[in-house]
Design a protein around this ligand. Structure first.
Ligand code: SAH
Length: 252
């Protein structure tokens, strides 16, 4: 392995799968900033804001590989093919994904496609929104008095054939952090109450965490079920008593 450092300049034909964090450029890693500033192509998702894209090399081509929740996943193959094609053209590619590339981001699929095509790549972790959003809202995802474990899940489990044993989930994990759940929040709350959580269980919905228009809404599972808790996509939904341990440190 010729691995040097994460931020070593990309070689011709190399891909970096880079986590962009939750949105504020201040939450990028140094490796992300350096690689963005010195690459030929940036292939990015919908959730990466312009304030981060603008840190890219001024002559770098930008390719939008937009996929937002709910769309058919057929496009994933196209994105992987695009990365392989660009690498074969000997370009230096930053594949920029919101949060962490390997957390609900299909980074694993892209990495496998690159391995299969014999393309050199590296992975730059990013701060995942499931951890950043609660911190921005002042909610400790673990609190000694409440929990010693967290479950990270996707709201898509509701619509697809669910692989989740809901009663087992709620009895095993005191804190649940959901990605991609804003649009299905009432259904999710219903499912969790059916599985045994109380109507009073606190819920927080954090929208656009770390961006200028970040909002935090808190309430109960009952309110979430009734649809009275505001939930706009993209949001992180946190369910558990840790929400009561919140120490807001800036305006909502
Ligand atoms: N790889 C990403 C997740 C991609 S899935 C990560 O590690 O964060 C997309 C989901 O991420 C959204 O539906 C939303 O639930 C969440 N998300 C991403 N950025 C967010 C932000 N700034 N604020 C709140 N939720 C966010």
């Amino acid at each position: 392995m010729t691995y040097k450092t994460l931020s070593a300049p990309l070689e011709a034909g190399e891909v970096a799968l880079v986590g962009a964090g939750p949105g504020d450029p201040d939450l990028l890693t140094q490796a992300a900033v350096k690689l963005l500033a010195d690459c030929d192509v940036i292939v990015h998702d919908a959730l990466v804001p312009e304030s981060i894209l603008s840190l890219g090399a001024s002559n770098a081509e930008r390719i939008y590989a937009g996929k937002r929740g709910g769309r058919p996943s057929a496009a994933q193959q196209d994105i992987s093919n695009t990365l392989v094609q660009l690498a074969k053209e000997n370009r230096r590619i930053v594949r920029l994904k919101g949060g962490d590339p390997f957390v609900f981001g299909r980074g694993g699929e892209e990495a496998r496609a690159l391995v299969e095509a014999g393309i050199k790549f590296r992975v730059i972790p990013g701060i995942t929104s499931g951890v950043a959003a609660p911190a921005m809202a002042g909610i400790p995802v673990t609190d000694r008095t409440v929990n010693s474990s967290i479950a990270f899940l996707t709201g898509h489990e509701l619509s697809d054939e669910s692989r989740i044993d809901w009663p087992a989930l709620v009895s095993a994990f005191p804190v649940l952090v959901f990605y991609m759940a804003a649009r299905v929040l009432p259904d999710l709350a219903t499912r969790l109450m059916d599985a045994g959580l109380t109507a009073e269980m606190p819920v927080a919905v954090i929208h656009n965490a770390s961006l200028l228009d970040e909002t935090v809404a808190t309430g109960s599972l009952q309110q979430a079920k009734a649809g009275t808790l505001e939930a706009i996509s993209p949001s992180i939904v946190i369910i558990g008593e840790v929400v009561n341990e919140r120490t807001p440190w800036k305006d909502d």
